[in-house]
Design a protein around this ligand. Structure first.
Ligand SMILES: Nc1ncnc2c1ncn2[C@@H]1O[C@H](COP(=O)(O)OP(=O)(O)OP(=O)(O)O)[C@@H](O)[C@H]1O
Ligand SMILES: Cc1ncc(C[n+]2csc(CCOP(=O)(O)O)c2C)c(N)n1
Ligand SMILES: [Mg+2]
Ligand SMILES: [Mg+2]
Ligand SMILES: [Mg+2]
Length: 325
């Protein structure tokens, strides 16, 4: 199948959103939103960096790449609406496998009523999938990493370390363990970005927010730097799935803090709004945990401190970093 047949094969028959003025089929797509701020973000997944044939079926490559991008829209407090896909395809990939990648994306897109509105197709040495997502947020209401204030409560959604544990199982474990730890594998393959929870938080005036792609050791530091505050995190309050305790304490520690790819949210909220946030979490079926507090300590601002075993140590950026050489 050549380029243009491929594009025809993935072109949607209809668009779910009325905001799509022009979708696939011209030089570029057009969307129209009134009275909203437009959010846009792009994340790229590369074969043997973000997935491999050992860890991920084509369906899940598409699903996970779109989830990672939607997660950044959620981290801005927004609602995803449409996406464009740039794909580099090696000769070895069959037409069916490529369809599966697009089925994976569409499976998640359906959940949020999103449309595929464009993209680009090239051949390449490795499969590279780059997705740009557009989203909307009420004017001036986006959530920033820079909005943490002194005395805020630091919270995270869900449980952390699941995706890294799932990856570990996929790379190392026997078939029996794969069955036993299906939960972690699913969390690696099919993360669910926290869109509905964050969109119910409109009544909360101020939240700082970041999504967890690299691990909270990274993302908490991004909040600390952007807000110029000191973040204190208590390790024993960081939530994990009960089955994670079957692994060594070192594995648990590394996965929970630096594993990444859970696509949960980390943020801060004023003490006064914490209860309201908990109520919204309950209503949207979202697990939420308070894991620490924000301080304004001029000597330490821009850093994160982890309290663990009666000691407080600096938690440095230690998540997955590209271009480390
Ligand atoms: N190559 C680039 N060119 C321009 N801007 C970039 C580039 N790479 C990253 N950025 C910008 O840098 C900021 C941080 O990007 P980063 O990718 O670290 O965030 P993220 O998507 O939340 O994290 P992750 O990629 O781990 O999911 C964003 O504003 C992003 O748009
Ligand atoms: C085969 C395989 N090997 C390793 C990993 C782990 N991994 C890759 S990128 C990343 C951080 C987020 O990347 P980014 O910063 O680009 O969002 C992590 C934890 C994986 N998923 N698959
Ligand atoms: Mg990024
Ligand atoms: Mg992010
Ligand atoms: Mg991202």
């Amino acid at each position: 199948m050549e380029e243009f047949d491929f594009i025809r094969s993935i072109k949607p028959d209809f668009y779910r959103q009325s905001s799509v003025v022009k979708g696939i089929g011209d030089d570029a797509a057009i969307v129209r939103h009134t009275n909203k701020d437009i959010i846009t973000t792009v994340d790229t997944m590369v074969e043997n960096v973000h997935f491999s044939s050992k860890t991920t079926e084509p369906f899940h490559i598409g699903y996970r790449a779109l989830a990672a991008n939607i997660s950044d829209i959620a981290a801005m407090g927004g609602m995803p609406t449409s996406y464009v896909v740039s794909i580099a395809i090696p000769d070895s990939w069959s037409a069916d496998e490529l369809q599966e990648i697009y089925h994976g994306m569409d499976d998640l897109a359906k959940v949020f009523n999103m449309d595929l509105i464009g993209g680009d197709t090239v051949s390449g040495e490795q499969l590279v999938l780059s997705i740009t997502v557009l989203g909307t947020v009420l004017k001036g209401k986006a959530r920033y990493r820079s909005d943490a204030q002194e005395h805020d409560i630091i919270f995270v959604t869900g449980t952390l370390g699941d995706a890294a544990c799932g990856l570990h199982i996929l790379l190392n474990a026997s078939q029996t363990d794969r069955e036993k730890y299906r939960y972690f594998i699913d969390r690696h393959r099919m993360p669910m970005p926290r869109v509905s929870f964050i969109n119910q938080c409109e009544a909360i005036k101020r939240l700082s927010l970041n999504d967890i792609s690299d691990g909270i050791a990274n993302e908490a530091n991004e909040i600390a730097v952007a807000s110029d505050k000191t973040l204190l995190i208590e390790y024993n309050k960081v939530p994990s799935h009960p089955q994670l305790s079957n692994f060594s304490s070192e594995q648990q520690f590394n996965w929970m803090l630096s594993g990444g790819e859970d696509f949960e949210l980390i943020g801060t909220v004023s003490e006064k709004d914490w209860e309201q946030l908990e109520t919204i979490a309950m209503k949207t079926n979202t697990k939420i945990s308070a894991i620490g507090t924000v301080r304004n300590d001029l000597k330490k601002n821009g850093t994160v401190w982890l309290q663990h075993n009666h000691e407080s140590n600096r938690l440095k950026k230690s998540g997955y970093t590209h271009l480390r050489r």
